[in-house]
Design a protein around this ligand. Structure first.
Ligand code: IFM
Length: 483
């Protein structure tokens, strides 16, 4: 057949296509969406307690009801199926399936996750379960929390209970979500539950989260059928020095050490980085790391989850920087960066989301290609990426959110570029399926593909959800609506 435009100097570029089998998902976490906080035997987690401390959470809001996903999960699965999503990443609530964190499992709690997995499988959606997304049973915090070794041991027992009960249905597992936040925002800056501000406790917590991960991987391998795919999801920081000066580059090295390599080192390489131990030597001798721990933490993994929102720009001094930028999560006056507390944080250039986070997809490309180079052979998935915007419901009841669709498209383009550059990326999970409880910000920040009415909890897919669904169905990076 003759070329219809033999002289066209700009033939249309091919629409980028993602690899076959790529998982197109959305993510949530138990405390942020489930509600039903006191139902079916669930006991309080550290977030139930933290929300009740005056001044900790926007307007004293709680996850008591959240989006009521516990009761509405069937509708939510139907919504995902109608949109065309192929995977759902959710977390299991520890205090729901093992009330108080120790003792026997709650059959009613476990049954919820079995029903949820069945509903997903029936709808042709792949379930991806995370065991810990920050809701430590309150009784374990009362016994010392993550700074204590026993918490890692309880976590492995809980992992075994869940694996045995749900492992016949769920094949993809993640031990911890963003352990950096659990350790350093929970025990360092105190802007997250349990709200402690002790740098040594934060470092101890980081180690016991690492240990809990390693013990949980061992427990899951024993409990799950062969072929289960195990991972961890890290909020890796794409760290950039503000200037090329040696002090700013050293600031970037410090943040990379206590932000990224504190987990990547032991989990994927079997040792804590020497520079991290040196940076924190004035605080601790790390004697809480027992002989044998590094080997326990260093378990073979089947994939690595990368969570990314915005780059981390740092300088050697805090002069001229806002204290709230210290943690990127707002409001903290105490540094969440032990051994790097003189480092200054800056907003990257460009547009910002409602979180005041700069939109810069190049950080995601950098992280994915960096992980692919550093850990060849380890498949990757983007386990969280997304944006909060001030969405408004139109007079016709529709929610038009072109900014979110543009954010997601730009980040998917970065993922596609990383794949072209050799990174083995197997899936993308948009944060979040639903507008939900955004931790210390309460319900003020909306990350959802689906709008949730704060009074009625009615769900309305936003325009970005319809576009993302078409991308999921086609496997192609389609143009934005109206583009
Ligand atoms: O809502 C959180 C999620 O729980 C963990 N990662 C970042 C999201 C947006 O702040």
């Amino acid at each position: 057949m003759a070329d219809p435009h033999p002289s066209d100097p700009h033939p249309p570029a091919a629409v980028p296509r993602f690899p076959a089998g790529f998982l197109w998902g959305a993510a949530t976490s138990a405390y942020q969406v489930e509600g039903a906080a006191a139902e079916d035997g669930r006991t309080p987690s550290i977030w139930d307690t933290f929300c009740r401390v005056p001044g900790r959470v926007h307007r004293g809001q709680t996850g008591d009801v959240a989006t009521d996903h516990y009761h509405r999960y069937r509708d939510d699965v139907r919504l995902m199926a109608e949109l065309g999503l192929t995977a759902y990443r959710f977390s299991v609530s520890w205090p729901r399936v093992r009330p108080t964190g120790r003792g026997p499992a709650s059959q009613r709690g476990l049954d919820f996750y079995r029903r949820l997995a069945d509903e997903l499988l029936t709808a042709g959606i792949t379930p991806v379960a995370t065991l810990y997304h920050w809701d430590l049973p309150e009784e374990l915090e009362a016994a010392g929390g993550w700074p204590e070794r026993a918490t890692a041991e309880r976590f492995a027992e809980y992992a075994a209970l869940v694996g045995e009960a749900v492992g016949d249905r769920v094949h993809r597992w993640t031990t911890l979500n963003e352990p950096w936040c659990s350790a350093f925002l929970g025990y360092g800056s105190g802007v997250h539950a349990p709200g402690r501000t002790d740098p040594v406790a934060a470092l101890r917590a980081a180690h016991h989260l690492n240990l809990g991960h390693g013990l949980a991987v061992q427990a899951l391998r024993a409990a799950l059928p062969a072929g289960a795919l195990l991972s961890v999801a890290l909020n890796l920081h794409a760290v950039r020095p503000l200037t090329p000066s040696a002090p700013d580059r050293d600031a970037a090295r410090r943040i990379d050490a206590v932000g990224n390599r504190v987990f990547l080192g032991p989990m994927l390489e079997g040792a804590y980085p020497k520079d991290l131990l040196d940076d924190t030597a004035g605080l601790t001798d790390w004697s809480f790391v027992r002989p044998g721990d590094p080997a326990t933490v260093h378990q073979p993994l089947d994939w690595l989850g990368v969570n990314y929102y915005t780059p981390t720009v740092v300088s050697a001094t805090t002069e001229g920087t806002e204290p709230a930028r210290q943690d990127g999560h707002g409001g903290g006056q105490v540094s969440p960066w032990p051994g790097a507390d003189r480092v200054g944080f800056h907003r990257a250039p460009g547009d910002v989301t409602a979180m005041d986070w700069a939109v810069d997809p190049s950080g995601l490309h950098e992280l994915l290609t960096g992980m692919a180079r550093r850990y060849p052979g380890l498949p990757l998935a983007v386990t969280e990426n997304g944006a909060a915007y001030e969405d408004e419901v139109g007079a016709d009841g529709a929610v038009d959110d072109p900014h979110r669709a543009a954010y997601v498209r730009a980040h998917l383009a970065a993922v596609h570029r990383a794949v072209t550059d050799g990174a083995d990326v197997r899936g993308y999970f948009l944060w979040s399926l639903l507008d939900n409880f955004e931790w210390a910000y309460g319900y003020e920040k909306r990350f959802g593909l689906v709008h949730v009415d704060p009074r009625t909890l009615a769900r309305t897919p936003k325009s970005s959800a319809h576009w993302y669904g078409r991308v999921a169905r086609s496997g192609e990076l389609l143009p934005l609506d109206g583009a």
